[in-house]
Unconditional design. Structure first.
Length: 66
């Protein structure tokens, strides 16, 4: 799971459905990506990071996963 993404999304009071709409993808697809079972594309990662006010590196850095 992309723990930082999950926590930051929740802190911003966004649902997975909200993020899926932002990315123009199915909510189930977003759920798979957030859980690490599928990968985000680079454009998706940049869109998410911009929306959450972070860099892609801050958001998806595997070394920082809890």
């Amino acid at each position: 799971m992309h723990h930082i993404l999950y926590v930051t999304r929740r802190e911003n009071r966004l649902r997975q459905k909200d993020m899926a709409e932002l990315l123009h993808i199915n909510p189930i697809t977003y759920q798979l990506k957030e859980s690490g079972k599928a990968a985000f594309t680079l454009p998706e990662a940049f869109t998410i990071a911009e929306r959450l006010g972070m860099t892609v590196e801050e958001l998806f850095n595997k070394g920082d996963a809890l």
